[in-house]
Design a protein around this ligand. Structure first.
Ligand SMILES: Nc1nc2c(ncn2[C@@H]2O[C@H](COP(=O)(O)OP(=O)(O)O)[C@@H](O)[C@H]2O)c(=O)[nH]1
Ligand SMILES: [Mg+2]
Length: 234
């Protein structure tokens, strides 16, 4: 009810503490709920409640599941796999009671996949990216330790041509020295033809580095379509 007047600190100090909290703590979107709602291999199985979506793409084993778990503050929601290449479905996660969805696209570039499976992957994912009306942005995940692969480059060119908003995230950043960061970012930006190296973010599922910055970008993409804190029963 109104102003909290039982604080032991004078008003100015409270304002300062609030300010420093905003500024210095690891900020993350308040994720009140996150649930796996299903795997899809065709548009028939996609959610129909018309909520905005952010999709995550990257080669197998790049750290996509770990990134999702970190962002959502859930340790095992998206499975972290020791056997890459197995998930060949589009997985939907419903966040904050349906305020928005995270969409885990199947990892690409897994060597042991047959040509036929590769084509079916491309067909399914391209179909999703091309036709999904509620798609707001794609997060392209790349390994910070290695230059982007030809498939990463292909995806980036494709998203650019399709005018789908996207950004590149270099994950496993905890494995790159502070000194190696600049070079790693420049190499990725050049290979992906990102105009500005600042469009390339670092991330680590281990340390949480980059989490706040990535959420800020995602919030901007999602904001185009209304509130992020929709009630559970909506
Ligand atoms: N050091 C480090 N290892 C990571 C990070 N993210 C994922 N990994 C590891 O990379 C492997 C693949 O991760 P996973 O999330 O299953 O990748 P996915 O196949 O892209 O979903 C696992 O052994 C993870 O523990 C990270 O940020 N830092
Ligand atoms: Mg995975």
């Amino acid at each position: 009810m109104g102003v909290k007047d039982n604080s032991p600190f004078p008003l100015a100090l409270n304002v300062y503490l609030w300010y420093s909290e905003q500024k210095f703590t690891t900020w993350r979107m308040k994720v009140t709920s996150a649930e796996f709602v299903g795997s899809a291999t065709s548009p028939r199985d996609f959610p129909r409640d018309r909520r905005p979506e952010i999709a995550f793409a990257g080669r197998s084993n790049v750290g996509k599941s770990s990134l999702l778990n970190r962002l959502l503050g859930r340790r095992k929601l998206a499975r972290v796999s020791k056997t890459p290449g197995r998930t060949q479905t589009i997985n939907f996660f419903r966040i904050n009671g349906g305020a928005f969805y995270f969409v885990d696209l199947p990892g690409y570039g897994y060597a042991k996949v047959s040509e036929r499976m590769r084509r079916s992957w491309a067909g399914m994912v391209e179909g999703y990216l091309r036709d999904r009306e509620m798609l707001r942005a794609v997060v392209m995940i790349v390994d910070a330790r290695h230059p982007p692969t030809p498939l990463d480059q292909e995806l980036r060119a494709w998203l650019d041509a399709a005018r789908i908003p996207h950004l590149a995230v270099l994950t496993k950043a905890d494995k790159v020295s502070r000194g190696g960061r600049r070079r790693s970012r420049e190499i990725a930006a050049a290979a992906l033809k990102m105009r500005d190296p600042e469009q390339v973010l670092f991330f680590s599922a281990v340390t949480g580095e980059g989490e706040r910055e990535l959420w800020q970008h995602l919030a901007q993409y999602l904001q185009h379509s209304g509130t992020l804190a929709k009630g559970r029963n909506a």
